[in-house]
Design a protein. Sequence first.
Length: 905
Amino acid sequence: MIEILLVLFVLVIAVAGQRSLTSRIERLEDEIRSLKLSLQSMAAGTVLPQPEQVEEAGAVEEAEAEPAGLETAPAETLVPAAAMEQPPEAADVAEAPWMAAPVQAAAPASRIETSIGSRWAVWVGGVALALGGVLMVRYSIENGLISPAVRLLAAALFGLAMIVAGEAVRRRGVPSGMKQLSDRIGPNAMVPGILTAAGGVSLFASIFAAHQLYGFIGAGLAFTAMAAVALAILVLSLFHGQALAGLGMLGGLIAPALVEHRENPSIPLLMAYVVLIWFGTLAASRLRGWNLVPFLASLGAGIWAALAAETAAVSPVVAFIAMLAGAVAFTPDVPEFGTATESERAAARLGNWSLWLALTVTSLSAAMMLGNAPELLAGHRLPFEAMILLLALGAALALRRDALPSVTFFGLGACAVAANAMAVYAQMEPDTFGGPTLYRTMTAVAGGVVLLLAAILALRTERHRARPAELIWTAIAGLPLPLLAFSYADHGNWIRDPVHAIFSGLLALVLLALTDALLRKRPIGLSLAAEGGLVTFAFLSAAFALFAVLDGLALELGLSLLGLAFFLGHRLRPWPSLPFMMVAGTALVAARIAWDPTVVGQDNLGTTPVFNALLPAYGIPALLLVLTARLARRLESALLVRLLDAAAALMSFLAIAVLVRHGLNGGVLHGATPNLGETSIYTLLLIGFSGALLQIDRRDGNPAFVYGSMIAGGLSMVSVLGLHLFARNPYVTGELVGDWPLLNLLLPGYLLPALAYGGLSLMARTRRPYPYVVAIAISGALMGFAWVTLSVRQAWQGTSLADWQGFLEGETYTYSVVWLLTGVVLLVLGTRFRSPSLRYASAAVVIVTVLKVFLIDLSNLEGLLRAFSFIGLGLALIGIGLFYQRLLLKSAEAEGADATAGSSS
């Protein structure tokens, strides 16, 4: 199996070399082809012009433009003076620039020759040596020439001999000459390094065969021997190049998988070994400035760490922390941009990717370990201490150049560890929790302080001014807040926790002080996004402090007053984002209401209409929004004014709706199904909200308010079609509407929404799309038609309109009369206000009436009622026709008058 892999390796190298040689030969052929063309042009007598000749040719053209009496020299006499002063041979050389091409073409040929002779020959030779040793061992095995012990000893001695030979060649070479040769052909193609690599492969193969194939040595001894060989190769790689370091790293990381453990493996020993190999690789890379090897080492060590995370052991956490510490300690510094060469910049970028990979793999592995080993968390100390170490390492890395992505990974990894720990804690029994509460809180606070200090130092440093560095550090400055939140969710007092409140309040003050200091000290100041981010984090920290010590109505009012305080703070510090915190506070109030609409709990709410806890809970935030909306008009922010106006309108409508709900349901907000009266209130609120947004947006057509008003109107139409006309219709539900003819449940249920739709359609007629206006008008017409119809039924049936009561004969006739009158009224109004929508609604009502008379009245009415139904219908239709005829006559007379006036003029 090993020889097959080696043969494949040789084939891959050969194919790669052949492709490289082919491309270089093709380039050489192109250059030769261009040289042939140049020689052919010379033989034909066409000389390629020199710059001097081009200038003289221009002079000739100018001379030809002179009068004909002037003589010009023949073209063949235009030879540079320098060439005329030289011998013929020298002149030919000087005038033949293509003669320099063969000299230049010799360079690619020299490079190809150097590559083949100095690089590929050494690489393939090293592989051939290793393959030869393997084949020799195979031959001895197949023919039984020597015993297995002797074969393994010979292979080990061969490997040691190769290593010694490589070191001897390196030591005997002249240092300056070796350095020049290494610079020309690369450090990975030197003969000493290839010999050392071949010896290392032989030693690895010997140890593996002695353990796995023949059982001469145990797992512990084999493991130790492989580790020693790997570390030795890593040490020798300091003299022989990055390729040998990669071989040592690869052999060291593969060794645990090659060694068969007949008993359960020791996870702590495994992780210690992996970290040792990883540290050795990064140390060598640090000394020599390598970047590819630590990239691969991070990948391999991360794979082992992820596999070990499936076990319930503490050692993977220690390994994660050790790997992160190594990333901080051994990653090469990024050179300054102004002084670095392009190769140095590329190497630095590759080094960053190596660090990113290490951080990503270890963070994900840590989260997976915590999720799969809940019993490790019983003491509550390990995850938080690990998190603090992660944050401390991140802060240390933050002081280095160009480390922003790495610090971001540290912060996110720490939050992932904490979040995963919280998820595990939630599944534990309470008696498994241990450790002092203050200790655990201080652990989280310490982590937040580390991140905050790193952000403060970075934001005050000149090199972190430009985006996106400033924004990333701003986000890092806000990471202490989620750490406090995780700590509170884990072991905080959910009723009242002054400890977390104090730390969160201090965080808010520090962030505000940081913002003020940066805006005052830095010449260019903070960007708008960074300033807004710091102020937002400060506001959220203060809000979390209120959340930790307040509840119910006090919390909601506290959030509203906190937003007002930040809004008024704009008078002391003219920061653009301060007034917008009133909008953020309103969003938190809305979230609190969504969590519990009663605010104080159903048991503490009471049954008194209007004057209960809901009035201040909803009314005071609405009043504060109205106040701040008026104050915001003095500021130069149209967006802020719109947001506050919309929030004030929404909160006001919400307050009214909740008070109505409370009053109509005996003080209960949950559980009861809304009836027609309550549904009508919500519909009116939606219509009113749509109209309010329409009025707020009366000037410049902000898309948020345009679509917001249309969405609110659309929701109200859905409520009309789904609830008022069907689900909550008293004819369907049997709900009692009252005894009074007009002042009953049908008034708020149908007539008021119809009038509201009419007003909304008039407001939106010139400011909203025509289909939307038509839909609003049709909805109003449907509600009006339903009110008329149900009012007729209430007049005949009384307080109950249920369908099981059937229809009286007089009731059926009255429907026809009232519907016809409704159609006529709509026609008159549509003509008066020049509203096509009302005229279309009139036509629809009349058509429905005609169908009703011919289909229902004809079969259900008897005697005079049937006759009166048809007579009334006929008279109404004739009257409508006469009305339209008069309109047409007036239109014709107006057109004739216009035509007469035009002809006379």
